[in-house]
Design a protein around this ligand. Structure first.
Ligand SMILES: Cc1cc2nc3c(=O)[nH]c(=O)nc-3n(C[C@H](O)[C@H](O)[C@H](O)COP(=O)(O)OP(=O)(O)OC[C@H]3O[C@@H](n4cnc5c(N)ncnc54)[C@H](O)[C@@H]3O)c2cc1C
Length: 367
C-alpha cells in the first residue's frame, strides 16, 4: 500500500497535517489504531485563542497568531462545519488573591495588540451574569473561541480524503523501518505500508515510536478529567475561565464542558472523586447555575506534554523523511493549523514560512 505521506495518528495534529499536505497536492494515508479523535483530541475543551491563560513562549507567538487566523480563514471551507462559538474568554477571579493572579493575563493579552478589558467585580457581574456575586475581578479576551474538536478533526481529514487520501482505522504501527535517509516501511498489525515520508503524530504515544531511532523525546501524558453536563438553553457564548486552569464552555449542543486540572499519573485514565469534588466545588461556587445541571459523562484525556513545554515538530536526526509532530500539551487544537501548515511546507517545499528551529527534535540529541 503506497502513498506520498503516511501520517501516524488520527488526532487533531495528524488530521491537520493531512489537511495541509492535501492542499499542497500530497496523497496522504492516516493510520489510526482506534478511531478518529480517540486520544487527547476527544477529551479536549478545544478553546483556541491568540494567548492562553499564562504566558506563551516567545518562539510560539508567531505560530499562535498564524494558527488562530488560519482556522478562521478556513472556516467557510470546513466540512462538516466545526460548531465555532466566537464569544471570547472571560477570566474570573473570585477573591483578591486570585485577582492578583489574573492581572498579568491582561498585560500579556494587551501587549499582543488584542483589545482586552479588565473589570472590577460589579462590572464583571454586569458583563457576565452567570458569575457569582463575590467575583472580585475579571479579564475579557475577545480573541478566543471554541469549536467541536470531533468536527474540526473530521473537517481536516475530509480535505485529505477529497484529495485521494484515506484513513485506515484499527491499524496500529509497531515499527518504522528506516535506512539510507529513507523510510523503508511502516510495520503494522495489518501488514506493511509504504510512503515516501512519514509523519509521527501519535500524541502521548509518540516517544515509543521514536525510541528505536535513538531519539528519546521527553513527552509524557498529563491527565485531564472532564465533566459533561446535560444540555440546557443557551446561557453564554463565552469561555468562563477560573484560576488553576479550570474552564467552563457551553457547546452549540447546549451541554456544558467543565475541565480540568493537570495530573502526571502515566496512562491511568481513571476518574477520581478527589479531583471531581475539587473542581465541581470551584465551578458551582463561581458559576452557581451549574449546580442545578445533571452531569451526564465523566472522562479523561492525556495531553502530550513535552518537558520544555514546547511542541516537537521537524525531522528526526538521521532520517530527514521521518517527521515528528507532537508534544503540544495543553494547546494542540490551538496550534493544529500552524503545525499542519509547517509540516506540509517541510515536506513539499523543503522550507517553512515560520521559524521552526526551536521546535526541532534535534534539541534532544546530545551535542
Ligand atoms: C482535558 C483536556 C482539555 C484540553 N483543552 C484544550 C484546549 O482548550 N485547547 C487546546 O488547544 N488544547 C487543549 N487540550 C490539548 C489538546 O487536546 C491536545 O494537545 C491535542 O489533542 C493533541 O493532539 P494529538 O493529535 O497530538 O494527540 P491525540 O489526540 O492523542 O492523537 C494521537 C492519536 O495517535 C493514535 N496513535 C498513537 N499511537 C499509535 C500507533 N502506534 N499506531 C496508530 N495510531 C496511534 C492515538 O490512537 C490517537 O488517536 C486539552 C487536552 C485535554 C486532555
Amino acid at each position: 500500500m503506497n502513498s506520498d505521506v503516511i501520517v501516524i495518528g488520527g488526532g487533531i495534529i495528524g488530521t491537520a497535517c493531512a489537511h495541509f499536505l492535501a492542499i499542497k497536492g500530497a496523497r496522504v494515508t492516516v493510520l489510526e489504531r482506534d478511531h478518529l479523535a480517540c486520544g487527547a483530541t476527544g477529551s479536549t475543551a478545544a478553546i483556541i485563542s491568540i494567548s492562553g491563560s499564562g504566558p506563551t513562549s516567545e518562539a510560539l507567538l508567531p505560530l499562535s497568531l498564524e494558527s488562530y487566523n488560519l482556522i478562521l480563514e478556513h472556516l467557510q471551507s470546513f466540512n462538516p462545519p466545526i460548531e465555532i462559538v466566537q464569544g471570547g474568554a472571560l477570566y474570573a477571579a473570585m477573591s483578591d488573591k486570585e485577582a492578583t493572579a489574573i492581572r498579568p493575563f491582561y498585560e500579556e493579552i494587551h501587549q499582543l495588540g488584542v483589545d482586552c478589558t479588565i473589570m472590577d467585580g460589579a462590572e464583571a457581574r454586569r458583563f457576565e451574569p452567570l458569575l457569582a456575586d463575590h467575583v472580585a475581578c475579571a479579564v475579557f479576551n475577545p480573541a478566543s473561541f471554541h469549536v467541536n474538536p470531533f468536527y474540526l478533526g473530521s473537517a481536516y481529514l475530509n480535505t485529505a480524503l477529497r484529495g485521494g487520501g484515506r484513513i485506515e482505522y484499527g491499524v496500529e504501527v509497531k515499527e518504522i523501518v528506516t535506512g539510507s535517509d529513507r523510510v523503508q516501511k511502516v510495520v503494522t498489525n495489518r501488514g506493511d505500508f509504504q510512503g515516501d515520508w512519514v509523519v509521527v503524530a501519535g500524541g502521548a504515544n509518540t516517544p515509543e515510536l521514536l525510541a528505536p531511532h535513538g531519539l528519546q523525546i521527553p513527552i509524557v501524558p498529563a491527565r485531564g478529567q472532564v465533566i459533561l453536563t446535560e444540555a440546557c438553553p443557551p446561557m453564554t457564548n463565552r469561555v468562563l475561565m477560573l484560576v488553576d486552569h479550570l474552564y467552563a464552555r457551553q457547546a452549540v449542543s447546549g451541554n456544558f464542558y467543565l475541565g480540568s486540572h493537570t495530573e502526571f499519573v502515566g496512562f491511568d485514565n481513571r476518574i477520581t472523586l478527589e479531583k471531581l469534588t475539587a473542581f465541581t466545588r470551584s465551578f458551582t461556587r463561581s458559576i452557581p447555575m451549574l449546580a442545578r445541571l445533571r452531569a451526564l459523562r465523566f472522562f479523561a484525556g492525556f495531553r502530550p506534554i513535552c518537558e520544555d513545554n514546547l511542541p516537537v515538530i521537524g525531522p528526526v536526526p538521521g532520517c530527514s523523511k521521518l517527521i515528528v509532530a507532537s508534544g503540544h500539551g495543553r494547546t494542540g487544537v490551538r496550534f493544529s493549523a500552524s503545525t499542519g501548515k509547517a509540516v506540509s511546507e517541510m515536506i513539499i517545499d523543503g522550507q517553512t514560512e515560520q521559524a521552526m528551529d526551536a521546535f526541532s527534535p534535534a534539541r534532544f540529541v546530545d551535542k
